[in-house]
Every structure is written in structure tokens, then in C-alpha cells.
Design a protein around this ligand. Sequence first.
Ligand code: SAH
Ligand code: SF4
Ligand code: F3S
Length: 449
Amino acid sequence: MQTSRNVYIETYGCQMNMADTEIVLSIMRDAGFTRTNLLTHADVVLVNTCAVRDNAEQRIIGRLGDFNHYKKSHPNAIVGVLGCMAERVRRNIMESEDFVDLLVGPDEYRKLPALIEAAKEGGKGIAVKLSRVENYDDIIPFRTEGLSAWISIMRGCDKFCTFCVVPFTRGRERSRLQAKVLKEVEEVARRGFKEATLLGQNVNSYWDGAYDFPDLLAAVADVDQSLRIRFMTSHPQDMSDKLITTIASRSNICNYIHLPVQSGSDRILELMNRTYTADHYLNLVRKIKEAIPGISLSTDIITGFSTETEDDHKQTLDLLKAVEYDGAYTFKYSPRENTKAWSMNDDVPEEVKSRRLSEVIDIQRNISLHRNKTMIGQTVGVLVEGPSKKSAADFCGRTDTNKMVVFPKNGDAVGDFIEVRIERANSATLFGTQEYVFHQPPAFITREN
Ligand code: SAH
Ligand code: SF4
Ligand code: F3S
């Protein structure tokens, strides 16, 4: 019997899922499959899913309807649901979406080729066991050419924030060996990537038995001075002085920290099991700003968590104003089955959650606008990423502080590090003109001294 050869994959959710898709593609390639970007060419259709909020799952369920449709015209096609939703919803997906052939959780991707073979014979494959050790250390992710590489340094999460499904979908925290991460960084540098982002649900608790996260970050930055290094996500409780000093000590470690606070109310933070207070957080921010001038900070905020009052909400708004983030990702609380908060009352009405969300967004938009306007007149280093979405005559790229900059094309090319003088700004984007093109690392162009 002829083996099916083309695999089509769609990815939802966070960067860790993007990185996992590259692992899946590597496993599939070794099993003889070719990646296709066209659904109509697919013998195997995979969807790498996210379960973090109900609307993420609903979107995926909607998309599965399209794959059901595809399967009707391509009866031999195999449809597989991978990732966090496969892990969370398990067998129920197979029951409600009976065209799905495979369910494979985040720690079971090595089984994919065998499960696909079995599915071709008409079997249904379910592999959703979580592992304490799987970190795919020996698998070189399938990376297409590009500027930015994702590098998972750990898997899982042990924090158990009461609202969060991730510890249940990704299991216990485990770190990859520093030596393996460094090998991967060397490879992406050799292949010409310009940026590497180290990924983990809480990178600050990285520990491989000998090295902690600051050790790893410094070693990664030293692999190649011309490679920009980013990382996410940092849990505010585990952010050490050593990490702050390390970020300040290497010019190719980006001056950008995503430091989710979730709420400004101590009462809510406690109910969320975030294990810090607003004061602890604000002190941390003060320390970071002192040690790393020009640092850019972003956060995640949840509005309408169980029992959240107007006063709790106001404390979140006050914290946003006190920190002056460069950006915020904002979410309405979405109760997730099996989490601790599932048994608390989801008692904030939908319209109140929405109104509080818009208030958070409005305040943050003004702060971002103000922060961006202070950049006018400054010259910033930018990595050219590609054409601007709005105008073919313009390029766009990012500063090391993760701000998007749009500027007219002027002899520069994607992948160049250039200097741009900022002339205008809105809350999301800086606009300017190019001053110099460097074929040099950002280290040469982003430091004040
Ligand atoms: N590990 C990271 C992020 C995990 S999920 C961290 O700790 O920051 C990304 C964001 O989704 C979270 O920071 C949180 O703001 C949001 N989130 C997670 N679960 C949620 C839920 N049940 N409802 C609404 N937002 C949620
Ligand atoms: Fe979820 Fe909290 Fe872990 Fe982040 S730190 S993944 S919010 S449990
Ligand atoms: Fe979603 Fe799983 Fe990431 S739930 S946010 S894809 S870890």
C-alpha cells in the first residue's frame, strides 16, 4: 500500500506551541512526510491546539468543521488534534467530532507516525499521557528559514495559578540541559537567524541540575554576539537579582521583559495563587528600571476573575499607571474545568468583565502612546523584518525593546540591523527614517554609551 506523504499543520496558542509544531514537523519528516502549506494537498491534517481560554477552544472547534468538510471530499485523509486541547478535552473530542482520527497530547508526539499508520487501517489513536521527563532534547526542530528562532528551554509548569489550565495540559515542569540548548543556539546562529527567543512558561525557574536561568541566558548570549536574545515568560516571584544583572550585562540580550502581573489587587492575586503582592511586584519593577535604563516591560491582565470588585479593578488600573508598561495583553477571565478557580464562583457578569477590559485597554493605550511619543527625536536600532503591512514602499522591524518601527525602504534588506530616527508615534507603532545600515550586531547600535 502506498504511504501518504503530505502533512499540513495549523498552530494555535502560545509560542511554545509554535516551537512544538517544529518538533512535530521534524518527527514527521523523519517518518517520510513532506510539509505542505496547502490543505488541498494534505494526506494528514494536524491542528496543534490551545486550551487556555474558552474562546481559543471555540475557534478551533469552528476550524475543525472545515477539516470535517475536507475529509468528506478526501476520505483517506487523516485528521489529528494535537496539543493542549487534545490533552484537556481528551476522548470527548473524538465523541463530538467523530471525524477526528488522532488525539495526541504535548508529551506524546514521538508516537505520531505509528498512530498515523494505525489510523490508515481505520483505527482511532489516542495518546495523551503526560511525562515527567520528555523534553524532545534529541530532536532538531524543523525550522524554515527566517529571522527569528523559537527555542524551548523547558516544558510544563508547576505554578498552578488557580485560573490556569497549563499545568494540566503540559504537566510538570522540566528543563532541558544547558548544553543541548547551546547546541541549538549555535545551529540557529550558523544558519543565519538574527534572533533567538528562549521559551518556557516560567523561564525564571529553569534549573538543569547545574545551571539556572541567568547562567543559561549569559551562555546563550555569548554563543554569538550578533544574535539578539529574547526570552519569555518571567514569573514575578522568581525574578532574581542575578537575572536582572545578567540582562544588563550583555548588549545582545534584549531590553524587554514580559512580566505578567494579572491583577493589581492583593486579594485577587492571592485567590489566583500568584504568590506575590502588588508591592513586591512594584519593587521588582523599580529594581529592574534602575538596573536596566530604557527597559521595556509588558504584562498580562485578567479582568473579572472570581469575586473581583470595582475596587480590585481600580487597583489594577492604578498598577498599570504606576508601572507604565510599554504594552499589555488583556483577557476576560474564562473559567477552565479542573482548575482550582473552577470551583470558585464565576460571579462577575460578562458585561462587567467586558467593561473592565475596555478600561484596562484604554488606559494602557494612553500609556503606550505616551511612552512611544517620548521616543520621537531618538535614534533606535532596528532589525529589518520585512515589508510594512500598510505600504509597499515601507519596511518594518523591531527595536530590541520589542517596539514595531515603520520606515521608508532605502537600500536596506530584510535581516539588516539599521538605525532609524523616530519622527512620529502612535500607541502601537513608531515611524521614522533610516539613518544607517549596519551589517553588524545590535550591540553596536542600541547602547547609549
Ligand atoms: N506562563 C505564562 C503565561 C501562560 S498563559 C505566565 O505565567 O504568564 C498566558 C496568559 O493567559 C496568562 O498570563 C493569563 O493572563 C492568561 N490566562 C490564562 N488562563 C486564563 C483564563 N482562564 N482566563 C483568562 N485568561 C487566562
Ligand atoms: Fe499558567 Fe501560572 Fe504556569 Fe503561567 S505560571 S503557565 S499562568 S500556571
Ligand atoms: Fe495555550 Fe497550551 Fe500555550 S493552553 S497558551 S497552547 S501552553
